[in-house]
Design a protein. Structure first.
Length: 120
């Protein structure tokens, strides 16, 4: 498995497992940043907090965009309320799509061969 091959890139597709692990990593790092910069368990929203959160937020945004691509949708779909649940539990689109081949490898060769037969 190639988990976290390009975690800050928005290109390509990822499986549910990688997205779920990414979300857990985000939550853990967020809690650590809040503990580091906050008081009484809540963030103080200081400049240090925002500087530390920028790469963490980008990581989650990029992973979310790739998961949207795996579903056959634009990365902007992740701003739809509760769509993150759909990304966590819904299966990927079979075979290659506009964004990349299926990361599971399901249907990639068959659909590419079908396209080649239709063209030639």
């Amino acid at each position: 498995m190639n988990l976290f091959r390009a975690p800050f890139s928005i290109k390509g597709r990822i499986r549910r497992t990688e997205f779920g692990i990414s979300y857990i990593i985000y939550v853990v790092i967020y809690v650590l940043i809040v503990a580091l910069t906050g008081t009484d368990g809540s963030p103080d929203y200081s400049p240090v907090f925002f500087i530390l959160m920028v790469p963490v937020a980008w990581f989650l945004w990029a992973q979310g965009a790739k998961r949207c691509h795996d579903r056959g949708n634009s990365g902007w779909y992740q701003i739809i309320p509760f769509y993150v649940l759909w990304m966590l539990f819904a299966d990927s689109e079979s075979g290659p799509n506009y964004y990349a081949p299926n990361p599971k490898g399901i249907g990639n060769r068959d659909e590419i061969n079908d396209i080649g037969r239709r063209m030639g």
